[in-house]
Ligand binder design. Structure first.
Ligand code: ZN
Length: 290
């Protein structure tokens, strides 16, 4: 059975509430090779230009190192990515011109909520402040704030279509799941959970699973992509810090991953999560498309 694997490399998954992969994972002993097509009768996701796997590179929380290190690297390699802004983060105002320029360059500015509420009751979440505790925020408040964040993003980049990454992967606001309240506003939403789901028919745009490795080397990141791509159609990687900030990967590891993806464009369609979900939506609107 063909599988859709989605990995979210959000360093901050202290911020996504998920454990990181160990940094001591197996190195790839051979030069990286393109993924081999899995055997499957399951309707599969098909990507432009014959690429077999779509890759979404994402960067959460609006961190300076993303503008200073990750974005220039993406530009050098001609790859497009998604930046999920926490709209209350000081860098959004302080570096507004840079975020706006990234959008003009074809990158996506995604919604990561206004205040990045996470549950204070989750073990290890002693950094959650009382006024930003998801345990004490209602679902209706989350809906209002997330939709306001969309309006702010529209003011920044003029885009109407948006995707969302759930802070900490936590969906219960005062015990009530708030995602259903905001789902109509998004092409796709990334939520923590399973690593793999079956392809296309089982892909739920409002609940795309994610995972958050931190601190991997370039070889380990490439091995991770290859492993996921061997079974799936979509690899979804999210980072926090790149060569700085927190829950980081090094600039060198990031560079090596980008170089690998850029040199295998015939196999990997590396683009924004918005572009990927637009493409999925178009396929789903064509009944009978394999
Ligand atoms: Zn976050």
């Amino acid at each position: 059975m063909r599988h859709l694997l989605v990995l979210l490399l959000s360093g901050g998954c202290a911020l996504l509430g998920m454990s990181a992969l160990p940094a001591s994972g197996a190195e790839s002993p051979q030069p990286p090779q393109p993924p081999q097509p899995p055997q499957s009768s399951q309707p599969q996701l098909r990507w432009p230009h014959g690429a077999r796997v779509a890759v979404s590179l994402s960067y959460d929380d609006a961190l300076d190192s993303q503008l200073d290190v990750a974005l220039p690297a993406l530009q050098r390699h001609g790859l497009k990515a998604s930046f999920y802004l926490q709209l209350s983060h000081p860098s959004v105002e302080r570096r507004l011109g840079a975020w706006r320029r990234a959008a003009r360059q074809g990158h996506e500015l995604g919604n990561h909520s206004l205040f990045h509420q996470c549950a204070g009751s989750t073990p290890g979440h002693d950094w959650v402040t009382p006024q930003r505790d998801l345990d004490h925020t209602s679902a209706a408040q989350m809906r209002d704030q997330v939709l306001t964040a969309n309006a702010m993003l529209y003011a920044i980049d003029g885009e109407r279509e948006r995707t969302y990454t759930v802070p900490c992967g936590e969906t219960l606001a005062s015990g009530e799941d708030y995602l259903a309240l905001i789902a109509p506003a998004f092409l796709g939403m990334k939520v923590g959970g399973e690593l793999a789901v079956t392809a296309r028919a089982a892909l739920q745009p409002a609940a795309v699973p994610v995972r958050a490795p931190v601190g991997l080397s370039g070889a380990q990141l490439i091995a991770l992509v290859r492993s996921a791509a061997a079974d799936g159609d979509l690899v979804n990687l999210t980072f926090h810090g790149v060569g700085g900030d927190y829950l980081s990967i090094s600039a060198q590891a990031h560079e090596e991953l980008l170089a690998y993806l850029a040199s295998h464009r015939d196999q990997y369609w590396t683009t924004t999560f918005r572009n990927i979900m637009r493409h999925v939506q178009a396929q789903n609107q064509r009944p009978g498309t394999p």
